[in-house]
Design a protein around this ligand. Structure first.
Ligand SMILES: [Ca+2]
Ligand SMILES: [Ca+2]
Length: 275
């Protein structure tokens, strides 16, 4: 960009002879700078972010039987860990963006920790929440959030405190219908972001009655995308072509430096013309 602007500032006098030379140069500098601002702001506005299950996310639980498994009293919280996949589960390597099956502990296939099964004292009906994960995003107001979920065995999904999808407690290889663990048992959240902090709350259940982690593993898988919030908006920098610094927008320092350097060149040229 710097090279382009400097070349524009030293064009031969014969170029467009019907206009005063200094006016042409300054107009081109301003036009080029605004063009740059447009490009910069559009790229910022389109910044897409991913949201995925993976290790290191915060989980929490109010269930004493779960908290004791991680050496804590209830309620408890911790960082998610990646767990091994059961052969019936959605293949996490096929997710895009790439996500991982996770849990509060090693509760996946043949794992060391059995999430409290249905029929146990802690989870008699299978409808006691085992754990939850909250994801928070700061996105562009009015833009889309798209997320896809799987679980062994099922999930409640809340968006900003409102239940968007209720768990399915009928058991048939995890849940009998979405949200379950099998590849076709996903559920999609399509939400409109507020521009403030939007919260996705994921509550997980263990509906299986198996008493070991080969027959009754437990895990969560999700992935999605959204548009990040941007402090520079396209409309605020493109609507005022007659000024160098549009109101309400602070052009990037680099752009201002280039603009300044180009205007100095234009000014010198003007002085030469008058001399
Ligand atoms: Ca199923
Ligand atoms: Ca299970």
């Amino acid at each position: 960009m710097a090279t382009t602007l400097l070349l524009w500032g030293v064009e031969p006098k014969s170029y467009m002879p019907n206009f005063p030379q200094e006016s042409i140069v300054i107009k081109r500098v301003i036009t080029a700078s605004l063009l740059c601002l447009c490009v910069c702001s559009v790229s910022a506005a389109n910044a897409a972010s991913i949201i995925i299950s993976g290790d290191g996310e915060m989980w929490s639980s109010t269930l004493a039987a779960v908290c004791s498994q991680v050496g804590s009293g209830a309620p408890c919280s911790g960082s998610t860990v990646v767990v091994d996949r059961h052969s019936a589960w959605m293949d996490q390597t096929l997710t895009n963006p790439l996500a991982a099956w996770v849990s509060y502990a090693d509760t996946g296939f043949d794992g060391a920790v059995l999430a409290p099964p249905k029929g146990s004292a802690a989870n008699p009906t299978g409808q006691t929440p085992i754990m939850e994960i909250q994801e928070s995003v700061l996105g562009q107001a009015g833009s889309a959030l798209a997320m896809r979920f799987w679980a062994d065995d099922t999930l409640d999904i809340y968006f900003n405190g409102v239940l968007a999808k209720a768990a399915v407690f009928e058991n048939d290889t995890c849940a009998a219908a979405p949200i379950g663990c099998e590849p076709n048992e996903y559920w999609d959240l399509n939400a409109v972001l507020t521009g403030g902090l939007d919260v996705i709350r994921i509550v997980a259940y263990q509906v299986g009655t198996g008493t070991d982690t080969k027959s009754n593993p437990f895990g969560i898988l999700y992935m999605g995308t959204y548009s990040e919030s941007s402090t520079t908006t396209a409309s605020s920098v493109t609507a005022t072509p007659t000024t160098n610094t549009p109101s309400g927008a602070a052009p990037e320092p680099t752009v201002m430096t280039l603009l300044g350097a180009s205007l100095v060149l234009a000014s010198r040229r003007l002085r030469r013309c008058k001399a």
